[in-house]
Design a protein around this ligand. Structure first.
Ligand code: PDD
Length: 284
């Protein structure tokens, strides 16, 4: 069965899905996106993702392409047309189509909306978490508003490619000597006291929806959190490190730049949080 995508009001086979060459997303990366999981009939952290979508659009002065309730209907339809039980849903909205000029187009231009859904293998993710992953550090060369989830991801893709070439799964981005976040995830360490440390929610990071839920889980488990920048040296001295993202959930990190974190195995706090996160996502 061929995959089905949603493109500006229509459900089309993925192989035929396309947008106009003067879509401002294509020409200027003038748009935003969201990624969320659908597992066993439930969307994980859906309200958080749709609220962030609203915020990202507002920051760029793009209208919501449709109300949240309608977005949910399209997501449901897409999942069902693709016959998926567990899925990763990708939503992208751009300022729409207009002849190429840097300023926003005059008059009313409908924002473009595309969505795709693909199979997500939670067992495979669990198997990965049981082993832990490697990260490499890369300079954070992104712009000053990475709190907006824009589709302008070239620095992120370059950092990810560097990670891939080093046989690592993620790149940790370094700005002014500290780790801001991963190329597609938020970065965390657990110190010797068992306290979680993560970069504060500023314009230097994307406020992860999973990050927010990790905080709620930590509170429930009475684990303390410190929101402050940390360095990769500090991470290497920490007993545990992990990342959080919609697609990685909570993923233990066992190596940074080829050096072992903790005892080289996923840490107990990271794994507890991963379980708590899954339980919470399933319950909401
Ligand atoms: N990435 N930081 C960056 C730069 C990200 O791209 C992401 C998510 C996160 C974590 O956000 P959340 O917990 O809401 O997924 C942090 C998605 C998964 C992606 O680009 O595919």
């Amino acid at each position: 069965m061929s995959r089905i995508a949603y493109v500006n009001g229509q459900y089309v086979p993925l192989s035929e899905a396309g947008v106009h060459i003067e879509d401002r997303g294509y020409q200027f990366a003038d748009g935003i996106y969201e990624v969320c999981l659908f597992i066993d009939g439930r969307y994980w952290d859906l309200e958080g993702h749709l609220s962030r979508m609203e915020r990202s659009l507002k920051e760029l002065q793009i209208e919501m392409p449709m109300p949240k309730s309608a977005l949910k209907t399209v997501m449901g339809e897409l999942v069902s047309r693709n016959r998926l039980r567990n899925a990763l849903i990708y939503i992208q909205t751009t300022r729409g189509v207009a002849s190429r000029n840097h300023p926003f187009p005059d008059g009313v231009v409908a924002p473009a909306l595309v969505m795709t859904a693909r199979r997500f293998d939670l067992d495979q993710s669990d198997a990965k978490a049981a082993k832990g992953i490697a990260v490499v550090t890369q300079p954070d060369i992104r712009w000053g508003r990475v709190d907006i989830k824009t589709i302008g991801l070239l620095p992120n893709t370059l950092a990810k490619q560097a990670a891939k070439e080093a046989k690592a799964d993620e790149a940790w981005l370094i700005r002014d000597g500290h780790v801001t976040e991963g190329a597609s995830s938020n970065a965390w360490i657990v110190d010797a006291r068992g306290v979680l440390i993560t970069h504060p929610k500023t314009n230097e990071i994307l406020g992860g929806i999973t990050r927010q839920t990790v905080m709620a889980c930590a509170q429930e488990l009475q684990i303390k959190i410190e929101e402050r920048p940390f360095t990769s040296e500090e991470a290497l001295k920490a007993p545990e490190a992990f990342l959080s993202s919609a697609t990685g959930l909570i993923m233990p990190i066992v190596q940074i730049d080829g050096k072992t974190v903790g005892n080289g195995e996923p840490g107990p706090v990271s794994l507890r949080l991963r379980e708590a996160y899954k339980a919470r996502a399933r319950a909401i």
